[in-house]
Design a protein around this ligand. Structure first.
Ligand SMILES: Cc1ncc(COP(=O)(O)O)c(C=O)c1O
Length: 389
């Protein structure tokens, strides 16, 4: 179905031209504020390097059954063996299950903070310490998020971040090493500048469409067609971000200098505020038609998106796309190493969660339209299920 409405709600924040010219500000949250940090093209590269750096490649890592899949792929490629623990229907880590599954080959515990919602990091730290294990804190979906006063990614032995899901940067992942141990890590080489340029132009064009309505959309579409032709003709290697699979070919790629520049132009505190405001708005407008996964937003949490619970993902996604809302199917598949039948709550989550954007580019007026479109899409979903039943 083609997008026909006047709304344009991209899933990620867009790049405003002034961000290319702003004066750098000191980042007051990790990874920007961390004394020991290495930047990469992707978060997955940081996961791969963590396994190698900490010598986890001959052992087992206990990971959540609710995972993206690419983090598991990176870990497996680096030589570690994943084992999986239970996560409940509200993204809640089953700590008893984690403790039960620790065995003689376990080397590390892996905790993922889902979409900015803090996981039980203090409890996982305690378990790791009791058993002499490493704790990996995956904050790929939780940049700028804190649990009260504790920034995510500062409790684990390492914290892993993805920059381009939260900020309008062309690429970027980070590995933060906490504690006194120093590792001498090589500085990864910068990525091909044509690839950075291509991502940057597309984020600028998205911004144009966001601000320019129909005229912006037409211009973006014309430039995109031209751009695709040029990329093909010049045989340019565009290293795509947000992809589903790990590719060893890109494991050594670093972050572009432009990413750093754009990241330093951001007002991080106000991004957290805007995302929280948009999240609360959706919570208030949607709770009567779809029971919220969470009834509140913990202090300090910076939501990546609003997790909407639906019955028929494909139908709701298609309806939202027609309205111009780039909602995303959140984590449909288990990694093949994980036995889906052993984790029924996770299987149900995989069938039912849709990401509704709530990022910093979306004004209260746009959020009102988003909420209205979501209400209509969910009501039609209910109606068609009733008819089918
Ligand atoms: C939990 C989690 N960890 C790691 C990653 C990898 O992030 P990147 O795309 O920066 O490699 C993802 C990607 O979606 C993820 O969801």
């Amino acid at each position: 179905m083609k997008h026909s409405g006047r709304l344009f709600v991209p899933s990620l924040p867009t790049l405003w031209p002034h961000m290319l010219l702003s004066r750098p500000k000191p980042g007051e949250l990790p990874p920007f504020s961390s004394p020991n940090v290495r930047y990469f093209y992707f978060a997955r590269n940081a996961i791969w390097l963590t396994v190698k750096m900490l010598g986890l490649d001959s052992g087992e890592v206990l990971m959540p059954a609710y995972h993206h899949g690419v983090e598991v792929e990176a870990l497996v490629d680096a030589g570690a063996t994943p084992r999986f623990y239970r996560v409940g229907s509200r993204w809640d880590v089953d700590l008893d299950d984690v403790a039960r599954r620790i065995g003689p080959k376990t080397r590390a515990l892996y905790l993922t903070h889902y979409a900015g919602f803090p996981g039980p990091v203090a409890e996982m730290r305690k378990l790791a310490d009791q058993h002499g294990l490493i704790l990996i804190e995956d904050c790929a979906l939780s940049l700028l998020s804190s649990d009260g006063a504790v920034p995510l990614g500062t409790t684990g032995d390492v914290g892993i971040f993805c920059l381009y899901k939260t900020l309008p940067v062309p690429n970027g992942g980070a590995l933060v090493v906490n504690g006194p141990r120093q590792y001498s890590l090589p500085e990864p080489p910068a990525p091909p500048s044509v690839s950075t340029f291509s991502h940057t132009v597309s984020a600028l064009l998205q911004n144009l469409e966001l601000r320019g309505g129909l005229a912006g959309r037409a211009l973006r579409s014309a430039v995109r067609t031209l751009g695709h032709g040029t990329v093909k003709a010049a045989n340019i290697e565009r290293v795509a971000t947000g992809t589903q699979h790990f590719d060893r070919k890109h494991v050594d790629l670093g972050m572009s200098p432009l990413t750093k520049r754009i990241a330093q132009a951001q007002d991080l505190e106000s991004i957290v505020e805007q995302r929280r405001r948009n999240y609360f708005f959706l919570l208030g407008r949607l709770r009567d038609i779809s029971a919220p996964l969470f009834n509140q937003l913990p202090p300090g949490a910076c939501p990546l998106f609003y997790p909407l619970v639906v019955q028929d993902k494909a139908e709701v996604l298609a309806r939202l796309r027609v309205q111009g809302i780039d909602a995303i199917d959140f984590w449909k598949r288990f990694h093949p190493a994980c036995d889906a039948s052993a984790f029924p709550e996770v299987a149900q989550l995989r069938r039912s969660i849709v990401e509704i954007p709530c990022h910093q580019d979306l004004t209260p007026e746009v959020m009102a339209d988003v909420a209205q479109a979501v209400r209509e899409a969910v009501k039609s979903d209910h109606r068609s299920k009733k008819r089918a039943g």
